[in-house]
Design a protein around this ligand. Structure first.
Ligand code: ZN
Length: 318
């Protein structure tokens, strides 16, 4: 059984085939997350440094990619998460000028925002839902239905929570989710999904609450092959795979986030599923291999110059 993938790599986007589906990855740019220690507040700083050093990564800065997946099922075009957007007081203020590239990356890949039928959110944090509207607050995906868990929709659009936010950044989480989600809800273009909801044929939401109250991962299955599109189940291709028990700084419920990580890691390893990871090195497609008490990341190789369509196998006839 061949469960490998061939990825066609371009500038800011990539494309691969998954069963009968065509998948495109577009980048929204890089998030600069500052020193590693600040991102994993429960971890032993010496252990963080040792792991990063062992993997030839810097300790003074964590950089996270933003890989947006577009799946063309043949009948529907589904975008998973949206990046940080271009609103001056939200994405640009918070994440700087190197982000907010989702729409230009989509267009480079030949996809117009108006072509998107469904925007499936893993959760309603800034880097996943703030790109639903344009810089003026109008829906960027005018023909799309937004799918999000009920728990995340209810929690993050509740402006009453701003008063209890520990700082302005966390207050912006509520403001930003409200600004981005409500235009779709008010237009009747937002649907809340539950655990095991099939959002379009072949794509099923799986509840993984922890990182956010209603975090979802998505099972994308075609012709007996499955990718788990896992959003923020895991942010870092070394640290949280090797140490699933560490808390990431924005985990809503640390122990629950760890429990979901371990559950999904075990699932994808045992069933040989592929993983699409929002924050891993571009383009974010790979597999897990057990390694010590955690897992190692096996990125699918990208092969510049490889013919887009592999040559047909030589005929064995004659
Ligand atoms: Zn994220």
């Amino acid at each position: 059984m061949d469960d490998s993938y061939d990825i066609d790599l371009h500038d800011g986007w990539a494309r691969f085939t998954h069963g009968a589906f065509t998948c495109t990855v577009v980048s929204d740019g890089i998030l600069e997350m500052g020193p590693a220690h600040a991102n994993f507040p429960t971890a032993d700083p010496a252990d963080i440094d040792a792991l990063l050093h062992r993997h030839y990564l810097p300790t003074d800065r964590v950089r996270l990619n933003q890989n947006l997946l577009v799946v063309d099922t043949g009948s529907r075009l589904v975008l998973f998460d949206t990046g940080v957007g271009t609103m001056p007081d939200l994405g640009v203020k918070t994440f700087g000028a190197h982000t907010g590239r989702a729409v230009s990356s989509l267009r480079a890949a030949g996809i117009e925002p108006g072509d998107i039928d469904v925007v499936a959110l893993t959760h309603a944090h800034p880097d996943h839902c703030w790109g639903l509207v344009d810089a003026g607050g109008a829906p960027l995906y005018p023909n799309a239905t937004v799918m999000v868990s009920k728990a995340d929709f209810t929690h993050w659009t509740d402006l009453g929570r701003i008063a209890g936010a520990p700082n302005e950044h966390m207050a912006d989480h509520y403001r930003g989710a409200h600004l981005n989600l409500m235009p779709y809800a008010e237009a009747g273009r937002l649907v809340t999904v539950e655990d095991r909801s099939e959002i379009v044929p072949g794509i099923t939401a799986i509840a993984t609450p922890g990182h956010s109250p209603g975090h979802l991962v998505y099972d994308i299955t075609s012709e007996d092959r499955t990718i788990i599109c896992w959003g923020d189940l895991c942010h870092h291709h070394v640290l949280l795979l090797q140490r699933p028990d560490w808390r990431f700084q924005f985990d809503h419920d640390g122990p629950a986030a760890t429990e979901q990580r371990r559950r999904v890691y075990d699932l994808v390893d045992k069933r040989r599923y592929a993983v699409f990871a929002y924050h891993f090195p571009f383009p974010g497609l790979g597999h897990l291999r057990p390694d010590g008490d955690g897992y190692a990341w096996l990125p699918v190789p990208v092969e510049p110059g490889r013919p887009a369509t592999p040559p047909a196998a030589p005929s064995s006839g004659g």
